[in-house]
Ligand binder design. Structure first.
Ligand code: SAH
Length: 387
């Protein structure tokens, strides 16, 4: 890791605000994150050394750029200045996939040649609002999503031909229409312009579909370390009934499926559930079921029906889990709980509930999924104390 301890600071760091740890050497970033997890979780059980990256740069596989015009009418692309709608021009970024940034530059350079206007937010005129590039880290597949203010794309053929000539690595191009005054990047309507309209990535030997709007961890290299830790902690032998709560597109449950008797996944977002079902089918997995529901409600119903799981994975959003879910865990009493968290504060709050209710924290593993930012991911293994 010695070679990557110091980086030249990004000239846009002050206005972008994306990398709070911009000028902090990587080893120091890791030390701070580990210390934070230890401060919050150390009282429950042993905290292991954080798993960092050998190469912490350019890990983000989901990259988006806002498009607009500068004072002289020239097309610019970059990020919104934090807390505003002023676009700061960015050409390349320390944490984004370099190939994705290259594609965004190619789009910008093609626009004047193809007479494709950028959207002007103040006037409400023009066409291209954002470009989103998603990359399959382990498959090398690239998807480009052009977010436009209108569904009609004048000169589309000419533009696509130019883009694919400059960037032959692109596998698919999708037009997304966002005609609302909103800070959401993607709109509801989509049209595939080239290729299949989605790409795939591979995690722990499984294939997962990434479509323009589906959730997929932005750092797949560290996601492998995260999931592998969670699987190790689950200690599955092939006979267990597993619950994957807050399952997103089913990635954790599908990775666990060959070591379990059956896997139930629960997730609130309907699109994610649809992707989870498709992902299970894509991987030839036959013992996973997915339900679209609130995790707490689902867990409560299962506990009432006496349909408990032997092992529960839970991977809630930053707000953490809720009283209903945690109370139902205590009631159905699975032998093992593996908690995956992106927020150590809510993790500590929820772990306290489980510990009071009869669980013991065996190990706490911080994982660095977001170098150069202050965020840290944590996996906790809890087991039920026999009484
Ligand atoms: N385990 C997945 C996704 C984790 S992100 C992965 O590793 O990719 C957290 C997920 O929880 C999101 O997909 C979000 O839609 C879902 N979620 C949020 N609140 C929920 C709730 N109350 N019940 C069920 N799922 C919920």
């Amino acid at each position: 890791m010695e070679a990557v301890t110091k980086f030249s600071p990004c000239p846009k760091a002050g206005v972008c605000g994306g990398c709070r740890y911009q000028e902090v050497p990587y080893a120091e970033q890791l030390a701070r994150k580990e210390a934070r997890v230890r401060r919050l979780m150390g009282r429950f059980g042993p905290v292991l050394p954080i798993l960092g990256m050998d190469e912490p740069r350019h890990y983000r596989c989901k990259v988006q750029a806002a498009f607009g015009v500068d004072g002289r009418g020239r097309v610019i692309s970059g990020v919104y200045q934090s807390g505003s709608h002023r676009i700061v021009a960015v050409d390349d970024c320390l944490i984004e996939d370099a190939g994705a940034d290259r594609i965004i530059r190619a789009v910008r350079q093609l626009m004047p040649k193809c007479k494709m206007p950028a959207y002007d937010e103040r006037r409400g005129t023009g066409f291209l609002r954002h470009v989103l590039v998603r990359v399959g880290r382990f498959t090398g597949e690239y998807m480009v999503v052009l977010v436009a203010a209108a569904p009609v794309f004048p000169g589309m053929k000419h533009f696509l031909k130019g883009l694919l000539e400059t960037c032959p690595e692109i596998d698919t191009v999708v037009l997304n229409v966002n005609d609302r005054a909103t800070s959401m990047v993607l709109g509801q309507r989509e049209r595939v312009l080239y290729g299949k309209g989605w790409i795939e990535d591979e995690i722990l030997g499984r294939r997962f579909r990434i479509s323009p709007r589906s959730f997929y961890q932005v750092n797949p290299v560290q996601t492998q370390a995260l999931y592998q830790t969670a699987l190790d902690y689950a200690g599955l032998t092939g006979t267990e009934r597993v619950l994957d709560a807050y399952c997103g597109t089913g990635t954790i449950g599908i990775c666990a499926s060959d070591r379990a008797a059956q896997v139930a996944g629960v997730e609130l977002n309907r699109d994610a559930v649809r992707d989870a079902i498709a992902n299970a089918r894509r991987n030839g997995v036959r013992n996973c079921w997915f339900t679209c529901a609130d995790a707490g409600e689902f867990m409560e119903r299962s506990a009432e029906a006496g349909e408990g799981a032997d092992v529960v994975f839970l991977d809630p959003p930053r707000a953490g889990s809720d009283a209903r879910f945690l109370a139902s865990i205590l009631r159905s009493a699975p032998g093992r709980v593996v908690y995956i968290s992106c927020n150590p504060d809510t993790l500590a709050r929820d772990a306290a509930v489980l510990v009071r209710g009869g669980y013991r924290v065996e190990r706490v593993q911080p994982v660095d999924l977001f170098p150069f930012t202050e965020h840290v991911e944590t996996v906790v293994s809890l087991s039920r104390v026999e009484r």
